[in-house]
Design a binder for this molecule. Structure first.
Ligand code: ZN
Length: 450
């Protein structure tokens, strides 16, 4: 009887294995005809030279303390010269710090669309660059400079598109807003002011598009076809401090359980047994399902058969790949620490700081509770330094995602399109307050160098 049961189980396993194998052969990407749309070299040359003008303005993020508005006014002047029709026909609202919101009136005020970018960039050290970071050098194939990617490229693109459409006499179906903050890189208030303005004027965006994902090649192992990754949520941010106290003492007569060994034991505990939740949400599953057909044999067998291997992948992936962990959990990184000031003094107090990137499957309160419980074992105090919850997940089952999907497919016929989780933050999170369709995607081709 026992033998029959074992044989039965073995038979089922073999059958499941064969079905999975067959399925991985069926889904294999056989499309070799979808090619990128051709680029007009004369047009792209003209655009590169125009784009370079924006790169040449040194727009380091605006702060209230420095009140560094002058470069942003230079930027606006440059934009007005490049896009005269835009500034003539669209209604401009300028917020404190030079953030802009322009309204292009459409045939209807229903279903307004917001296109977002930011005017500011992070500082750049000249020595790391082949050409000056604010030179905007245009070579045969490249435009060099800070902000070419993040994200004057999108800013330039939608202004250029509107400029050209206005020249053609085009009128959009719905109102379109062009939003650009001047302090995104320092998590400032520019985008928040734009959202407040929309709320005050009862404007509910139908769709919001900001930076975030792009069209990437080489982001997932063995995937040859470019993937258009549409960010549908942003992870949150949490800094926790764990403090160990004692009576201190001299290093010549060290007592047991002094602060640093207790902190070390705590860190080892957390590193050894990952204590937070791990889960594959549908948006992450979608990413693997989309990519699987263009993976090589083994990967396709695993990722193309989520119905069978999801539990295995969810268990294994975070253990072998840090990016996999980031997709499936809140991450924990120990980043700062402090003890005594002298080599021969045992500190009376020491701390370690822990930076977490919170996943929507586990909120801040729950993450703190879990870590605090472990910290208590080592007699550590847990202090919340700062925290921001993960953004809501944008709706990928509605019309807006479908609309975006179709637009990407039309412009980039060779790519596959998938939702994705953003590990960093963007201005779009403020817009989650006024729409369930805040997507983070720049239609830019990127190659990830491994
Ligand atoms: Zn950016």
């Amino acid at each position: 009887m026992g033998l029959y049961i074992i044989l039965g189980i073995l038979g089922i396993l073999v059958l499941l294995f064969l079905i999975a194998l067959l399925h991985s052969l069926v889904i294999k990407d056989k499309d070799t005809t979808s090619l990128p749309r051709p680029v007009d070299p004369v047009y792209s040359d003209r655009l590169a030279k125009r784009f370079s003008k924006l790169i040449q303005v040194k727009t380091l993020s605006y702060t209230r303390e420095q009140d560094n508005i002058i470069p942003f006014h230079q930027m606006h002047k440059e934009m007005e010269t490049l896009f005269p029709n835009v500034f003539q026909h669209l209604r401009k609202v300028e917020f404190e710090g030079g953030s802009l919101l322009l309204k292009w009136r459409g045939k209807s005020s229903e279903k307004p669309m917001v296109l977002m970018a930011h005017q500011d960039v992070v500082p750049a050290d000249k020595t790391d660059w082949s050409f000056g970071p604010f030179s905007g050098e245009v070579t045969d194939t490249e435009v060099y400079g800070r902000g070419t990617l993040d994200t004057k490229s999108t800013l330039f693109s939608f202004y250029q598109a509107v400029e050209e459409l206005l020249e053609e006499g085009f009128k959009p179906e719905q109102d379109i807003y062009l939003s650009s903050s001047t302090d995104e890189e320092i998590s400032g208030f520019g985008a928040e002011l734009a959202v407040e303005y929309l709320k005050k004027n009862n404007i509910t965006p139908y769709i919001v598009l900001d930076e975030g994902g792009a069209i990437v090649s080489g982001a997932l192992p063995s995937v040859k076809r470019p993937l258009a990754l549409v960010g549908v949520l942003e992870k949150g941010y949490l800094n926790l401090k764990f403090v160990a106290k004692s009576r201190g003492g001299h290093s010549s007569t060290p007592p047991k359980n002094s602060p640093i060994p207790r902190l070390a034991a705590f860190i080892t505990d957390v590193e050894k047994r990952f204590p937070l939740k791990t889960k594959m949400i549908p948006e992450v599953e979608d990413l693997f399902k989309t990519a699987a057909p263009s993976m090589n044999g083994t990967y396709r067998f695993l990722f193309g058969n989520m119905w069978l291997f999801k539990p295995l992948i969810t268990w294994l992936l975070p253990k072998i790949n840090p990016y996999g962990r980031a997709l499936l959990s809140t991450t924990i990184a120990f980043t700062m620490q402090n003890g005594s000031d002298a080599a021969n003094v045992i500190p009376s107090e020491a701390y370690v700081l822990c930076n977490l990137r919170t996943h929507p499957i586990q909120n801040i309160a729950s993450s703190i509770k879990v870590l605090q419980k472990i910290a208590n074992k080592y007699d550590l105090e847990t202090i919340l330094v700062e925290g921001r919850e993960a953004s809501p997940i944008s709706n990928t089952n509605g019309d807006t995602y479908r609309y975006l999907y179709d637009q990407i497919k039309a412009a980039y016929p060779d790519v596959q399109i998938s939702p994705y989780i953003m590990l960093g933050g963007t201005d779009a999170r403020f817009f989650s307050e006024v729409t369930e369709s805040a997507f983070r995607f720049s239609p830019i081709r990127m190659i990830i160098m491994n």
